[in-house]
Write a protein that binds this ligand. Sequence first.
Ligand SMILES: NC(=O)c1ccc[n+]([C@@H]2O[C@H](COP(=O)([O-])OP(=O)(O)OC[C@H]3O[C@@H](n4cnc5c(N)ncnc54)[C@H](OP(=O)(O)O)[C@@H]3O)[C@@H](O)[C@H]2O)c1
Length: 291
Amino acid sequence: MAAGQAVIGVSGATGQLGEMIVRTLRAQYPDIPVVALVRDLAKGAPLAAIGAELRHFDYDEPGTLAPALAGIDKLLLISGNAVGERERQHRAVIEAAKEAGVGLIAYTSVLRASETSLPIAAEHKATEAILKEVGVPHVLLRHGWYCENYLFRIQAAVDHGTLPTCAGDGLISAAPRADFAQGAVAVLTSREDQAGKVYELAGSTSFTFDDLAAEATRLSGRPVTCVQLSKPAFEAALVEIGTPPFVAALIAKSDMGACDGGLFDESRTLEKLIGRPTTPMSEVMAHTLRP
Ligand SMILES: NC(=O)c1ccc[n+]([C@@H]2O[C@H](COP(=O)([O-])OP(=O)(O)OC[C@H]3O[C@@H](n4cnc5c(N)ncnc54)[C@H](OP(=O)(O)O)[C@@H]3O)[C@@H](O)[C@H]2O)c1
């Protein structure tokens, strides 16, 4: 089937990444039919207003899945946000896609899922294995970290003068969600067969936490110092300021991942896919930081 006629389904379409992808598809490829797969039809109303078809799709209600995938040629399975539940949820979607005859699944995995030590990667690795096991043609969009992950911490650092971390000199190749969204759109609309491809997607430029503190100082005009702590001390400090322990553990593990090089990538694969360098962290900060 010609790329322009394939029906594209997007799961998680009411999420931050999914909504960007549906909006980009509708704006740049108005002739391509887009199905927004959502668990809350009311929340999806703005997507219907721009011409996407809405279908009820809940990873936790297996009965909703295969019927909603009828007629979909390419499915973008955006990984769920219920950490710990995702292997089961993704298996249900992948098995339903097989049953519905979906021609291609694009799955948003994690950077270098096969070898990374990031603990968050376990469910992504498991999902990649399920894609193989179930036998649906698939393409892996392995995402590095989103710039937006750091904005809350950077704002707090401007407010308090310190940016604590346990990331050491670890380089982070982050890009904003909008660039990952554009990358997904490039893969979903490509005329080349995407089955079997693996894209390691990350920012064109990289930064350390020292770089973030320096940029926060420059942009805000207020001194911000990066403070390196051990992982346990950093995690305890996060809990002390009111971060829920589960979230504190995730942040500390993520910073340790950066320390171990797990968030660094210099392949510029995302840049090649979208035809321009990704938006640098400094620019994302300039648009969001309050002095
Ligand atoms: N690489 C990174 O730095 C990074 C950062 C954050 C997240 N992620 C991953 O990337 C994914 C997309 O990111 P995001 O920022 O768009 O996340 P998000 O805003 O939290 O969106 C998650 C989407 O998943 C949907 N969802 C959750 N549970 C569902 C279920 N049981 N059935 C159907 N849909 C369900 C949500 O639906 P509702 O709108 O109804 O809640 C929402 O649309 C996340 O889910 C996570 O796996 C990666």
